[in-house]
Design a protein around this ligand. Structure first.
Ligand code: FES
Ligand code: FES
Length: 167
């Protein structure tokens, strides 16, 4: 099968690439567009480190042939900050020490961002479910859950103090 021209709305900008049928969205993002914040972990759909937003929904980009998402909007971790200003979820991850080695962090933040965009007032259980496809080997998850809940509270303007991690 021949290569195809694929158009993506990538972090708000129209971008094109020439893709083979076997080119995954993950490979296109990293190798064609140089977006190294999209991490390649298992490359089998099991770790969530390659999570991006596809038309607003979190997906594992390693399982998606890029030719099947022609015309879609794709958002990666590189598209979240506004210049030097981190997104609210990114800032909460910093404030709550929710990242250690950082390998899982972009995927975690994209899953959390999708959740808060869809549901500004999630329960702890809903946060847990939203990140259940994202594997973290370092943090034990509690700081991550607390960061997402803190970002949600800040977004709602309810209060500004961080939510303490459970121990
Ligand atoms: S690299 Fe895509 S799920 Fe692990
Ligand atoms: S911070 Fe290291 S894997 Fe999550």
């Amino acid at each position: 099968m021949p290569s195809t021209i694929v158009t993506l709305k990538l972090n708000g900008s129209e971008r094109e690439l020439i893709a083979r049928p076997s080119t995954t969205l993950l490979n296109a993002l990293r190798e064609t567009f140089g977006l190294m914040g999209v991490k390649r972990g298992c490359a089998q759909g099991g770790c969530g480190s390659c999570t991006v937003l596809l038309d607003g929904r979190p997906v594992v980009s390693c399982l998606i042939p890029v030719v099947t998402v022609d015309g879609s909007a794709v958002e990666t971790i590189e598209g979240l900050a506004d210049g030097d200003r981190l997104s609210d979820v990114q800032q909460a991850f910093v404030d709550l020490f929710a990242t250690q080695c950082g390998f899982c962090t972009p995927g975690m933040i994209m899953s959390a961002t999708a959740l808060l965009n869809r549901k500004p007032d999630p329960t702890r259980q809903e946060v847990t479910e939203a990140i259940c496809g994202n594997v973290c080997r370092c943090t034990g998850y509690e700081p991550i859950i607390s960061a997402v809940l803190t970002a949600a509270e800040r977004r709602r303007g309810a209060r500004v103090e961080p939510v303490e991690a459970e121990v």
